[in-house]
Design a protein around this ligand. Structure first.
Ligand code: SF4
Length: 253
């Protein structure tokens, strides 16, 4: 008698997402923090938003810096705060004037978003900006990057950031191969940014990361020969410094 054939069910293939690289060891994290802060104390730029912890000032600077030329942002930052010194003043202003004041920074949606944040802050939070992540993210126009910047710069919280400059630095130093874009990489870079974040000096550390990416480890001309990270930089290990000059074109909100 023939026995009934019982088919062994095939195992379903599960899509595995490859992690771009392991997170750095605690020794390497400490090494990176120390080198970065040493560099920043010597070469960091003295910018006005680095001398304040006012949430409104920080938010204005972060939204303005979504366009990368700091020298264009500087005069506008002062003009803006002179004209709209608080969330309340910005909330009351006429939209037309707000957009006009923003000129020539471009992306007129940004001053409108700032004003909508100001109006919500006045309507719901007495003209203040709350310091917790969930509430910050509930504002239209505040994404994970801006929330991290406000939390760490204005409220002294241990919050990671990931903008174009930070993503480029972390990618080059700790990964150095593969595609720097895409959801998986983005997720990994956020994890990296959290992993390397120190427990003290978070304000300086996050400012240093951005400054380092904007000046020394720039998109098109990284100064590898004089870089304090060069002995461990994965990109330098895997390629020539000239090849490091690949731009990234993302600025997160
Ligand atoms: S060695 Fe070059 S690529 Fe690596 S972090 Fe320094 S400047 Fe950037």
């Amino acid at each position: 008698m023939k026995r009934p054939v019982t088919k062994t069910p095939r195992k379903k293939k599960t899509a595995r997402t490859k992690t771009p690289a392991p997170l750095p060891s605690s020794k390497d994290r400490q090494w990176f923090r120390r080198r970065l802060l040493q560099w920043y104390r010597k070469y960091g730029r003295d910018l006005p938003w680095r001398n304040t912890d006012d949430p409104y000032h920080i938010l204005v600077s972060e939204v303005m810096l979504q366009q990368p030329q700091v020298d264009r942002v500087l005069p506008k930052y002062h003009e803006w705060l002179g004209k709209y010194p608080s969330f309340a003043a910005l909330a009351e202003a006429r939209e037309r004037d707000v957009v006009k004041t923003w000129y020539p920074l471009g992306y007129n949606i940004r001053p409108r978003r700032l004003q909508s944040i100001a109006r919500e802050s006045v309507a719901k939070y007495g003209g203040e900006l709350p310091g917790d992540e969930a509430t910050l993210l509930s504002f239209k126009g505040i994404g994970p990057y801006t929330a991290g910047a406000v939390m760490s710069f204005a409220f002294g919280k241990r919050a990671a950031i990931l903008d174009t400059n930070v993503a480029r630095v972390l990618f080059r130093v700790f990964i150095g191969k593969g595609d720097h874009r895409g959801h998986t990489m983005d997720k990994h870079l956020w994890e990296l940014s959290r992993a390397v974040l120190p427990y003290k000096h978070v304000f300086d550390f996050n400012q240093a990361l951005m400054d380092f990416g904007a000046t020394l480890c720039s998109a098109r001309a990284p100064a590898c020969p004089r870089c304090p990270m060069k002995s461990k930089c994965q990109l330098v290990k895997r390629t020539t410094p000239a090849a490091a000059a690949r731009p990234t074109s993302r600025r997160t909100t």
